[in-house]
Design a protein around this ligand. Structure first.
Ligand SMILES: Nc1ncnc2c1ncn2[C@@H]1O[C@H](COP(=O)(O)OP(=O)(O)O)[C@@H](O)[C@H]1O
Ligand SMILES: [Mg+2]
Length: 262
């Protein structure tokens, strides 16, 4: 893990609105905005995420987290502003971005009537891997996820915590250098969440950037840096330690409530 400092972002990087953005950042957003009719879901957000960082994206329901993530993944066009993922413009290079990143959506995309192994096989096929590569990578992922002994079980029969691990495995089949995880641990028990976060740590230690949304404030503490989104805007952004100092909160739950109330 690394601890990153937003102050190190060069002003010119944020002012740059063409597609030749610097590639030093895994994610860079400049006044990124998305409107749906008259409603602004994401309102001029600026952020810079460093490679290898675990970046937590916090906010209440409806704050705009999913909308922002979908723009970073090249799945939704912005109404204004710009953002780059590894220097690639989300406006101009959406197709390239989609192939490069890993994305675990809030309602993760698993086929319930396929087995665990068949789901992985399916994702390997999407990424255009050869049969032998799919076999090898699936085995590796099943081992890493602790799912090897369940490989022939139907996905529909799995507990939610297992499905989440499988969804993570599917999202990283092609070894992306950045993972976007949208509320990956929603609804599971503390033990399953702990296992999931151990996997995130391991990925980060191996250099993968993890951009993760959550509304569990204990999970916010595990991030290198977090941003707190309120009604489409970023109301606070820093390391959990700095935020606790600045907002005089004993934990991230207190910080979150103070930020939201302000
Ligand atoms: N396709 C859409 N059309 C209209 N409104 C939308 C659409 N997608 C999201 N919204 C609205 O944008 C706001 C932010 O939603 P979302 O990004 O899903 O928030 P979060 O993920 O933080 O819960 C919500 O009020 C939601 O109703
Ligand atoms: Mg959401």
């Amino acid at each position: 893990m690394i601890s990153a400092d937003i102050d190190t972002v060069p002003k010119t990087a944020l002012d740059n609105t063409d597609s030749s953005a610097p590639t030093d950042f895994a994610v860079l957003a400049n006044k990124l905005t998305r409107r749906f009719g008259n409603f602004t879901a994401v309102d001029h957000i600026d952020l810079a995420v460093k490679p290898g960082e675990i970046f937590g994206f916090l906010g209440a329901n409806g704050a705009g987290k999913t909308t922002a993530i979908r723009m970073f993944c090249g799945l939704l066009k912005p109404s204004g502003g710009e953002a780059w993922v590894h220097g690639l413009s989300i406006k101009k290079k959406a197709e390239v971005i989609k192939r490069k990143i890993g994305y675990m959506s809030q309602k993760f995309s698993l086929y319930n009537d396929l087995t665990i192994y068949e789901n992985l096989e399916f994702y390997g096929g999407i990424y255009g891997l050869k049969k032998s590569e799919i076999k090898e990578r699936s085995k590796e992922l099943l081992d890493n996820m602790g799912l090897q002994e369940y490989r022939n079980k139907l996905t529909s029969a799995l507990p939610l915590g297992f499905k989440q691990r499988l969804a993570l495995g599917s999202a990283m089949f092609h070894r992306p250098s950045i993972l976007f995880l949208d509320e990956p641990t929603s609804g599971v028990d503390p033990v399953a969440r702990r296992i999931f976060w151990e996997m995130i740590y391991e990925l980060s230690e191996n250099g993968t950037t993890v951009f993760v949304t959550t509304h569990y404030m204990d999970e916010a503490e595990y991030c290198d840096r977090v941003s707190i989104m309120v009604k489409g805007r970023i109301a606070a952004m820093d390391s959990p330690a700095e935020l606790k100092k600045k907002w005089n909160g004993a934990n991230m739950q207190e910080v979150f409530l103070k930020v939201v109330e302000t």
